[in-house]
Every structure is written in structure tokens, then in C-alpha cells.
Design a protein around this ligand. Structure first.
Ligand code: GLA
Length: 389
């Protein structure tokens, strides 16, 4: 699947610029097993890179101007590094511009590039195509100009580029895109950025992504609002329990004593956060122990919290999880990523996948008159150079 993407991108580069690309970079999307909306709350997350990628082909332009071509969109734009970098009205341009701005703001010496890219990561499905775009583009410039940026800083600068575009995201997506490893999930401590790899062995269960095919335009403002609500809640926790430095040190019992001191919405958000941070550790232990049934149960619990406490679900996603709850062949399912649309991550008993997929697709179509998209993903490597030889 990715071979044809790489061939297409390389051929397009040659047709456009008349040269063989100097560098080819592959940058993946990500899944997240559990740990949702806790990366910006000093929690733990359990993501992995996937075998859906963006392929970039690059050369130096030897001028101060960069030309970037998005093959799939049939769009291109140019940017002159001598001019101030400003937000564009074309969203995808901003991820590239955000990376260039990060490099400039951090004093790196580089000049223009010619770049084409093409992707098989579904956009707006919660698989972090934007993180793949930022990290892959930055990785390519790092290689071309020998900037010596470390992987962790590629992730952090990618995150800052996303902030510049307008979403105050955590570090999970960029971290997973950069640090992914085949067949491993990453347990990332979002406070210290320490991480460890755990085997992604789901035993008798297949991991399937069910794409609700809905995207909500209020995503950015709702996401940023959640972050503010959590900050407000944490400030109240700290004021009452000075020994608590972050959500992970706060117990549910301590939080309950503060119920009257917080706005009810803020209380409900932070209650979710405290419970979810504890859930991730349990889930990782269940995975290591091969107890995928328990892992699945924790996924269902997580969805319930995301839907009722954190309120980032939508009726279509809730419906998919309800179907999963009612089906014996499915042991866990939850919305994945920021929410308000996108995919559920779902574990289905091996051998029953096709029947479940067919049934869910039909029921979903009947209920919402929307096609359910289904992705079987493999856990793959992080952003890397492609070497044809
Ligand atoms: C988006 C953000 C991440 C993370 C998730 C929710 O994907 O980019 O940083 O907060 O939502 O877990």
C-alpha cells in the first residue's frame, strides 16, 4: 500500500521539478489505545504510530523560496523565507508555515525547499494527519539542512506549530508520529516526556477503527475550552491541597471534597481527568498481562467518561459504542482522539471481524444515512527517511 504511495510521490516530484528527490520522508498517523485528553493534563497516554502515512519528496530549492505541492488536493503554494510568515486561509498551508516559523523563531539556518507530498491518512478522522504533516516536513528540513534537531524536539516544535495554527493541543500526536515503533505502543509520561515501549499484542482480538465519517466544525474552540476548564479546576485543587502539583497526584477522594468549590462543569471535567489518568496505568498493566478483556472493559469505561463527563463525543460515536457494547464479539470500544467525530478504536474477537464490520456498517447507514468507513491498521514506525535501496 505504501509502496505505491512512495512511487507516486517520487514520480510526481520528478515531473514537477525535473530532478530525483534528494530525500524521501515517511511520516505516520497515530492511534491511541487509551489516555484521552490527558496529555495536556500531565497524564499518561498509550498511543502508537500506524502504517498510514504521508510521503514527502524534497530537494533544496537553492533560493529563499519554498514551493510545496499537495498532490492529493491538487494545490500548491510558495513562501519566501525573507517575508514575515503569517497565517494563510488555506488550513493545510498553515501546518507547513507553522513549522517554518518554528525553525525561524528558534534561530535555525536553512533556506528554501521544493517539496511534494501525498497521504493515505484519512483527514479529520482523529488519526493526526496534521501531526504527520508537521513532523514529516520538519524531519525533511532537518535532514536536508543538517539542523541536528533531536526527535523529541521535532515533536515539540511540531506541537508548537499546531498551537500557532490555533489548537492548543498536547504532545501525544506529534510524539507518537516521531517515536512510533513497529508492533509497540508507547506509554508516554506527558509530564516528564519519559516513555517506554510495550508490546502491542492483543491476543485473540483484532484492532479495528470505525470511522463515523462525521467532523464537527466546533472542534477547535471546544478543545481549547476543555483545556481552560481543566486549568481552572487544577488551580482550585492546588489552592486547597498545596502538596498536589498535578492531576496525577490528586485522588478521586480529594477531588470529591472540592465539589462545592468548583463550577459543576469544571468539577465534572477534572473528575474525568483524574479517573482517566488512573485508567491508563491499569490498561497498560492489562495489556502487559495479556488480559485484553480487561483492557476492553477500560476502553468502554473511557468512552462513558468522554461522552458524559468530558462531553467530547457525539450521537454517531455514542451509537457505534452502544453497538459494540451490545455485541458479544466486541470487548472494547471508545472514541479515539479529540472527539466530536472521527473514529472509534474497537477490539473484535478474531474470526468475527467481518461479520461485525458488515453488521455495524449496515446499522450505521440505516440509522444516520452515513457510510461507515472501516480501517484495519498495523502499528508501524515513526517518521523516518525512506531509502529505496
Ligand atoms: C488531539 C490532540 C492531542 C490530544 C487528543 C485527545 O488529538 O492533538 O494532543 O489531546 O486530541 O487525547
Amino acid at each position: 500500500m505504501n509502496d505505491s504511495l512512495i512511487q507516486k510521490t517520487t514520480a510526481f516530484f520528478q515531473e514537477t521539478f525535473g530532478n530525483v528527490p534528494e530525500k524521501i520522508v515517511l511520516s505516520p498517523g497515530r492511534i491511541n489505545i487509551i489516555g484521552e485528553h490527558v496529555d495536556y493534563n500531565d497524564g499518561f497516554v498509550l498511543p502508537a504510530a500506524i502504517d498510514k502515512i504521508i510521503c514527502f519528496a524534497f530537494e533544496k530549492s537553492n533560493t529563499t523560496t519554498s514551493k510545496i505541492v499537495a498532490i492529493d488536493l491538487n494545490q500548491e503554494f510558495e513562501v519566501d523565507l525573507l517575508q514575515d510568515i503569517e497565517l494563510s486561509s488555506t488550513v493545510w498551508n498553515n501546518y507547513i508555515l507553522g513549522v517554518l516559523k518554528q525553525l525561524q523563531d528558534n534561530g535555525f539556518e536553512f533556506s528554501g525547499v521544493n517539496c511534494v507530498f501525498s497521504s493515505n491518512i484519512p483527514v479529520g478522522s482523529g488519526l493526526s494527519s496534521s501531526a504527520a504533516l508537521e513532523c514529516g516536513f520538519l524531519f525533511g528540513l532537518n535532514e536536508l539542512f543538517d539542523l541536528k534537531i533531536k526527535p523529541i524536539d521535532i515533536a515539540l516544535m511540531g506541537q508548537k506549530a499546531e498551537h500557532w495554527v490555533g489548537i492548543n493541543c498536547g504532545i501525544m500526536d506529534q510524539f507518537a508520529s516521531v517515536h512510533g515503533l513497529e508492533n509497540k505502543v508507547i506509554k508516554l509520561d506527558c509530564n516528564t516526556l519519559e516513555f517506554e515501549y510495550h508490546n502491542a499484542d492483543f491476543k485473540d482480538y483484532a484492532l479495528v477503527l470505525l470511522d463515523s465519517n462525521v467532523k464537527h466544525s466546533l472542534f477547535t474552540s471546544a478543545y481549547n475550552k476543555r483545556r481552560e476548564e481543566c486549568e481552572e479546576g487544577l488551580a482550585i485543587i492546588k489552592a486547597n491541597f498545596p502538596e498536589i502539583k498535578s492531576f496525577r497526584n490528586c485522588t478521586e477522594a480529594q477531588l470529591l471534597t472540592l465539589k462545592d468549590k468548583m463550577d459543576i462543569v469544571v468539577f465534572t471535567r477534572v473528575l474525568y481527568v483524574v479517573k482517566e489518568i488512573a485508567r491508563v496505568s491499569k490498561a497498560c498493566e492489562a495489556l502487559d498481562a495479556g488480559n485484553i478483556e480487561l483492557l476492553g472493559k477500560l476502553l468502554f469505561e473511557n468512552h462513558d467518561g468522554l461522552s458524559k463527563e468530558y462531553e467530547v463525543s457525539c450521537p454517531e460515536l455514542d451509537y457505534l459504542v452502544d453497538l459494540a457494547l451490545a455485541d458479544e464479539a466486541v470487548i472494547g470500544s471508545r472514541l479515539m482522539g479529540g472527539g466530536f467525530g472521527g473514529c472509534t478504536i474497537t477490539f473484535i474477537k478474531k474470526g468475527k471481524e467481518e461479520a461485525v464490520k458488515q453488521k455495524f456498517a449496515q446499522l450505521y447507514q440505516e440509522k444516520w444515512n452515513i457510510e461507515l468507513k472501516i480501517y484495519d491498521v498495523k502499528i508501524g514506525n515513526g517518521t523516518s527517511l525512506y531509502n529505496a535501496n
